[in-house]
Write a protein that binds this ligand. Structure first.
Ligand code: CS2
Length: 483
């Protein structure tokens, strides 16, 4: 790789005009760069408009340091059945690091040309209680941002302060578009912003409530974390050193509620985005069918020794598990979105999981389970229980999460658990060898389980699932379930 020339704007086709910024994006991870940014590039190629993106990393300077020396241009690599397809994306015009200079990010967010703020900050970035959607007022960063609004640390702190400055300047608010995997992501974010703003200034909260917009959307593309090997491969294939490439599957989908401030937005429909009045059915389908089975495969698959999703579904027992989960426990809880056949949707997911070029680590998906389980699995279980249907498969997935977050695998080896609740959940499985006491120790975590903790049937099925994991191990427990 040494000696390879660094990628830069001079590698863009002759005559390329970089867009002027119209968007601030919070959380410039791989998903945004492989999903939202590619749609924006397509929308501007089709219909023009100044919708360049000023990216902001809330914490670390890593992405800015990689992108700035290459003029914020990066390569997306589509990994399809016919091989790789490389593309240069040039919609990012600058990257700021919020921790280094919060004032600069606030200035940018309160500038008139910024009309849209998009977010991919992951579930924990919302500082909410996953089971209820309410603001975690005990979060030290939230307390800090309420105390010192001009130097925020959280996304909520930046949004509210920037909206407040726009109001003071007599500017219109921006549209806030959450692109994270949360149900009613826009609505949830709106609720949190209003709760935060209310604690600062009720008049500001009222202005935001009436004037700003928080459309819901469903986002979908499988984008594994970029590895050092990917960087080397892209460099050899393109002859340019790119320190920030992203690898992704060919599939992408974006369904957006068409509700923007003054209807001012990129021409997303021209890029293939589905602009609809109501996203709820799409969101629920995707979160429960895709993310639900992703998490089930992550915990059970990891414990069974499968390093990636592709490895896991290549094991017939796990493929069978996915099919059973969709058919018996997930699809019965869903209302299909218009023109969608849920069985065909689930079948297509299996094809996507099987893509051998996508090395999507079960460990990566297992991250932050305490923030993911409510919307991916627990809501599905609650709906089934209400309808009198048992959920042995999803209960086994929850039990596998319990074992996983305790920090020891089936061979007694440590697991590198990444989760905001890791400290509280570490060792819990081993500390309670008796299944009932063990289950109760986990169910006591209300921020995760909410009212489901009081459901006797759920408790019993978790006890059975823990017992099966203990006696048989993950793979045989899944086998016992599907045979
Ligand atoms: C995954 C998602 O990491 C995870 O938790 O389930 O990132 C998933 O790949 C995307 O939501 C697919 O759209």
């Amino acid at each position: 790789m040494s000696g390879t020339k660094r990628l830069s704007a001079t590698d863009l086709p002759d005559g390329t005009q970089r867009p002027k910024p119209g968007i601030v994006h919070l959380g410039l991870g791989a998903f945004f760069r492989a999903h939202v940014a590619t749609y924006l590039a397509d929308a501007m190629a089709q219909s023009g408009g100044d919708w360049g993106v000023i990216g902001a990393s809330l914490q670390s300077p890593g992405m800015r340091d990689r992108l700035a020396p290459q003029d914020f241009v990066y390569t997306t690599v589509e990994l399809g059945p016919e091989g790789k397809h490389h593309r240069l994306i040039d919609v990012v015009t600058d990257v700021l690091v919020a921790r280094e200079d919060p004032g600069k990010l606030l200035d940018v967010m309160s500038a008139p040309e910024i009309r849209l703020v998009t977010l991919t900050i992951t579930e924990k970035g919302y500082c909410h209680v996953p089971a209820t959607g309410r603001l975690r007022t005990d979060d030290p960063d939230i307390a800090h941002d309420l105390d010192t609004p001009a130097h925020p640390r959280t996304a909520l702190g930046f949004l509210v302060e920037a909206l407040g400055r726009r109001r003071e300047k007599g500017l219109r608010p921006f549209t806030v578009l959450s692109c994270d995997n949360l149900p009613e992501n826009g609505e949830v974010l709106c609720g949190l912003v209003l709760e935060f703003a209310m604690a600062r200034d009720p008049a500001l909260a009222e202005w935001i409530r009436t004037e700003a917009r928080f459309p819901n959307c469903m986002v979908d593309r499988i984008v594994p974390a970029t590895t050092e090997q990917d960087i080397e491969d892209v460099s050899s294939a393109t002859g340019r050193l790119d320190l920030a490439p992203v690898m992704h599957e060919p599939f992408r989908q974006w369904v957006v509620q068409d509700d923007f401030v003054d209807a001012d937005r990129p021409d997303l429909a021209a890029a293939g985005v589905e602009m609809v009045a109501d996203v709820a059915a799409f969101e629920k389908m995707k979160l429960r069918c895709l993310n639900g089975t992703h998490s089930a495969l992550a915990y059970l698959g990891y414990l069974a020794g499968h390093a990636t999703i592709c490895d896991a579904v290549s094991d017939p027992v796990f493929e069978h598990m996915c099919r059973d989960l969709w058919q018996n426990e997930i699809i019965p809880t869903l209302t299909p979105p218009e023109n969608t056949d849920l069985a065909a949707y689930a079948d297509a997911l299996l094809g996507r999981y099987r893509n051998p070029a996508i090395r999507h680590a079960t460990w990566q998906i297992a991250m932050d389970g305490s923030q993911k389980l409510p919307q991916r699995i627990l809501g599905t279980i609650a709906d089934n229980l209400r309808a009198g249907r048992p959920c042995p498969g999803l209960s086994l997935a929850v039990a596998a999460w319990m074992k996983y977050v305790s920090g020891l695998d089936e061979a007694g080896q440590p697991i590198d658990v990444r989760d905001p609740l890791a400290g509280q959940l570490h060792g819990l499985w081993q500390a309670h060898p008796e299944a009932k006491a063990r289950v109760d120790a986990y169910l006591a975590h209300h921020s995760v389980f909410g009212d489901l903790a009081y459901d006797a049937q759920f408790r019993t099925s978790l006890i059975d699932a823990c017992d099966a994991l203990d006696r048989l191990g993950a793979r045989a427990a899944v086998e016992g379930l599907v045979s």
